[in-house]
Write a new protein. Structure first.
Length: 463
């Protein structure tokens, strides 16, 4: 964290924190959308679209046009809906939000409080949720977007005040400062997005957290302090860009001349925020195929890979430099799950191969039994699992069997619908239930694999 939370003597000061990608990894909108879908307010199709187009921040950051479109959709959903029904969604929303709060940001919040500075969340999220979250985090208050409620207790579909976005945040901060004798020039503000430039300019001590591309440029130009929490500890960044992300534009499937990569379902891979992906593992080529799938989605990823790969001189150096996660198989070591959980909290994509090996006794190359780590990781983080099937790589390069670099071989990758163990209400320590959920996950993955195998050209199934 940047230095500067020392006492400011010029006047009473405060600290204002944006929520999404600042106090927490990813967007609070996704947990809200899940709760709304469960309550029957949002269709699953709309939920999936929001997950890509609206509720998660794009790699290029939020835009006024996208925000206005999202606001219009939410107002339409709220219209005629019981305010009590929305309020009752709060516990389920918080279950998805609280595990994503950055511990480092909470330390910053409490450092300000210890210096005599009150702390506040300022967010476009719903006012009731923002205020409730502020109380739970032991902050001094929250300012969110309020929606108008009629005398019948139903939402009218209109905003009941200022929309907390862009200049709207500044308007609320200035009004609050005037009412509570707070000197904004002695105060602090934290945000990630260029849309919050007015909020950061309104205070004397702006701090940029996990900046989007436009904000990164602005922060450098204005010499504002920048904090990166959107990668696990130890992952390097140069000019604010992680090396793995920098090479994504060059990861073009045409460069693999001997294969024709067909990648489907990337709309299910969130463009920002945490994700857990589980894949079948039949080939050493699987990493390459999935890597191109992530490149198409614009995401770097953290793989859980066997320790033997990290012990190899050249390969190990690359894996450690990219902050991949080493797994000592058969030792009972839980540290890989701890490292994976840290990556998920940082908003990363974590890839788990539940089978743990490419070896199989299944002659049709269907997935074998899976280990429970992915389900336990999902239950502990509140992040759903995305099953991803790969087919064709086993005809290129596998542990047992001949290798073939035949020109033009199809390699297919398909991402399925999210699998959410948290919806089942299972405790991570309930071994029997976790085992059953893992078997169910492997069945889902098996269905994806079966579909690819059924459609795969028979002429390419030979070495």
């Amino acid at each position: 964290m940047p230095k500067g939370v020392e006492e400011v003597v010029e006047g009473r000061s405060a600290a204002f924190f944006d929520l999404d990608r600042t106090l927490m990894a990813g967007s609070s909108g996704l947990p809200w959308a899940r709760a709304a879908t469960k309550a029957g307010l949002v269709s699953r199709r709309q939920m999936a679209r929001w997950g890509v187009d609206a509720l998660r921040f794009r790699l290029r950051g939020s835009t006024d046009e996208a925000t206005e479109k999202l606001l219009a959709e939410i107002k339409l959903i709220f219209r005629g809906t019981s305010a009590r029904q929305i309020s009752r969604m709060a516990p389920e929303v918080l279950v998805g939000v609280l595990p994503r709060i950055y511990p480092e940001m909470l330390e910053e919040v409490y450092a300000h409080q210890d210096a005599g500075r009150p702390t506040f969340i300022v967010s476009a999220a719903g006012d009731e949720l923002v205020r409730l979250l502020a109380r739970i985090l032991y902050m001094d208050g929250g300012i969110g977007t309020a929606y108008e409620i009629g005398e019948d207790g139903l939402f009218t579909g209109e905003i009941g005040g200022t929309f907390m976005y862009g200049e709207g945040k500044v308007e609320a901060m200035r009004r609050f400062a005037a009412e509570h004798a707070i000197d904004l020039q002695a105060s602090y503000a934290y945000s990630d997005s260029a849309s919050d430039l007015p909020m950061l300019r309104a205070v004397g001590h702006p701090v940029v957290v996990n900046p989007d591309p436009r904000m990164r440029v602005l922060a450098v130009a204005r010499r504002w302090p920048v904090v990166y929490l959107d990668v696990p500890p130890g992952v390097p960044k140069f000019a604010g860009i992680e090396p793995q992300r920098a090479i994504i534009p060059f990861a073009i499937s045409d460069l693999v001349r001997f294969a024709r990569l067909d990648i489907a379902g990337t709309e299910h891979i969130p463009e920002s925020g945490p994700a857990i992906l589980c894949g079948n593992h039949r080939s050493y080529f699987d990493f390459v195929a999935l890597g191109y799938a992530f490149a198409k989605a614009g995401r770097p990823a953290r793989y859980l890979a066997k320790k033997e790969l990290f012990d190899a001189p050249a390969v190990g150096t690359i894996l450690r430099g990219a902050h991949q996660i080493s797994v000592a198989r058969g030792t009972g070591d839980e540290s890989p799950l701890v490292d994976a959980a840290a990556a998920v909290r940082a908003g990363e994509v974590v890839v788990v191969y539940p089978e743990g090996t490419t070896t199989t006794t299944n002659q049709d190359f269907s997935p074998g039994p899976g280990k429970t780590g992915a389900v336990r990781l999902s239950l502990g983080s509140g992040v759903p699992i995305l099953p991803v099937a790969t087919w064709g790589g086993q005809y290129v390069w596998r542990k047992s069997g001949r290798q073939s670099l035949a020109f033009g071989r199809p390699i297919w990758v398909a991402a399925g619908e999210p699998f959410d163990p948290a919806e089942r209400g299972i405790h991570p320590e309930d071994r029997g239930a976790v085992r059953a959920l893992t078997d169910e996950l492997m069945d889902e993955l098996g269905h994806l694999v079966d579909d690819l195998r059924r459609r795969y050209p028979a002429g390419w199934t030979r070495g």
